[in-house]
Write a protein that binds this ligand. Structure first.
Ligand code: S3P
Length: 441
């Protein structure tokens, strides 16, 4: 796929539902007693793989004619052993959270995924879950394919996260629902808190308190979840590309309605404002237990900034597109503390720096920092390797909207894992994307 320079991006749009919340809604719905309706579920490959997995465990999951989804759960600890391996495709969140689900059931499950997922570290989740009672069969591997065996008598643990990861935190808390007693996760940096919020909303006892400068999140075991309807807000990580396009393409004015602005997810927007971007939250409101707003973004004169490491968890999925915006800022943007970017769908730190360099942008990796030097004009014209990473594909198609020559990405098909409407939504705002000869579009 190839993106060419756009004249101006303008319009009012909505983005599909948040991916993190969608995975959790299906999993927790499948573990609840009774049924619930999910409105605004993200219907992308990653989430559909989670739906298929929950069906394989015995939950009843159906899409309704009005686009909502109905989930009839089996109760906490009430799922059955699937008869075939579970294929999670490209989805790290689906895989890691489901390990927490499996941990509390007396069942053996084989987990598989695509080449990207099969390279990603699973030891970070398996370690704590093993200390609760999960077993890893067929050798002590820590990458997919993996066969794991859960236990109906899990031991509660107290665990300090060695890396700031909501996936690890969530897997442990989910397993904790089925353990005997209280399971506590301690985190030094706040990571996205959708698991805590949704579990509380469905009736679990989840407490959060400060302890010695850390946040302690405690879930009480032998829990019950009750079916209550869930509304999924627009995904801020998808809105990020539309907002970035508006900021870098001259003459633009774009509003994205109904976007999640939970503080554990809004770091990109704070950073854009610090860079001088004309990005504002309008109609800030509560919906379904989450904070949402309409985000208005207009083309802006930007300056380079230092993005501190402690902000990384709140914008971990947004660095590739921030780096694209930084290419148009005056001066240097230094994004600090990005070690976790190396273990995303690709080594996203390297993929971002390489993609920028291929398009004439001065960018370098310094340890765990990414440094981008902006310029008034960016040549573009490069071919970007996406490495099965949807966010690399979308970030560089966004770059091509403001470069002198078109930017080509080698695999736009991977975008369907999270945001299949990306091309049509960008097109409705004024973007031109064309298939590039010989490449997956
Ligand atoms: C997610 C957590 C983050 C994020 C991912 C979704 C979640 O991963 O990158 O896209 O839904 O919990 P880590 O927990 O590995 O940081």
């Amino acid at each position: 796929m190839r993106a060419s320079r756009a004249h101006a991006m303008s319009g009012v749009v909505r983005v599909p539902g948040d991916k993190s919340i969608s995975h959790r809604a299906l999993m927790f719905g499948g573990m609840a007693t009774g049924s619930l309706k999910i409105t605004g579920l993200l219907e992308a490959e990653d989430v559909l793989n989670t739906a298929a997995a929950m069906r394989a465990f015995g939950a009843q999951i159906d899409r309704q004619d009005d686009g909502s989804w109905r989930v009839a759960g089996c109760g906490v600890g009430g799922l059955s052993e699937p008869t075939a391996p579970l294929d999670f495709g490209n989805a790290g969140t689906g895989t890691r959270l489901i390990m927490g689900v499996i941990a509390g059931h007396d069942m053996t499950v084989k987990l598989i995924g695509d080449a990207s997922l099969s390279r990603r570290p699973m030891g970070r989740v398996l370690g704590p879950l093993k200390s609760m009672g999960l077993e890893v069969l067929e050798g002590d591997r820590d990458t997919l394919p993996l066969t794991i065996r859960g236990s109906a008598s899990l031991v509660p643990i107290e665990y300090k996260l060695p890396v700031p990861s909501a996936q690890v935190k969530s897997a442990i808390l989910i397993a904790g629902l089925m353990a005997r007693g209280e399971t506590t996760v301690l985190e030094a940096e706040a990571t996205r808190d959708h698991t805590e919020r949704m579990l509380r909303y469905l009736g679990a006892d989840v407490q959060t308190e400060k302890r010695d400068g850390l946040t302690a999140i405690t879930v009480t075991g032998d829990a019950e979840l009750v079916g209550r309807d869930i509304i999924v807000p627009g995904d801020p990580s998808s809105a990020a590309f539309l907002v970035a396009a508006a900021v870098i393409v001259p003459g633009s004015d774009v509003t994205v309605e109904g976007v999640l602005i939970n503080k554990t997810r809004s770091g990109l927007y704070t950073t854009l404002q610090e860079m001088g971007a004309d990005v504002v939250f309008l109609n800030d409101r509560d919906e379904g237990g989450e904070r949402i707003a309409d985000i208005r973004a207009r083309s802006s004169v930007l300056r380079g900034v230092v993005v501190p490491p402690e902000r990384a968890p709140s914008m971990i999925d947004e660095y590739a597109v921030l780096a694209v915006v930084a290419a148009f800022a005056d001066g240097e943007t230094r994004m600090q503390g990005l070690a976790e970017l190396k273990v995303k769908e690709s080594d996203r730190l390297a993929a971002t720096a390489d993609g920028l360099a291929a398009n004439g942008v001065t960018a370098r990796v310094d340890g765990n920092d990414l440094i981008v030097t902006g310029a008034a004009t960016v040549t573009g014209g490069g071919l970007v390797a996406t490495h099965l990473d949807h966010r690399i594909a979308m970030a560089f198609l966004t770059l091509g909207l403001a470069t002198e020559a078109p930017v080509t990405v080698d695999d736009a098909g991977i975008i369907a894992t999270s945001f299949k409407e990306f091309g049509s939504l960008m097109g409705s705002l004024g973007a031109t994307f064309e298939p590039a000869k010989g490449l997956s579009s």
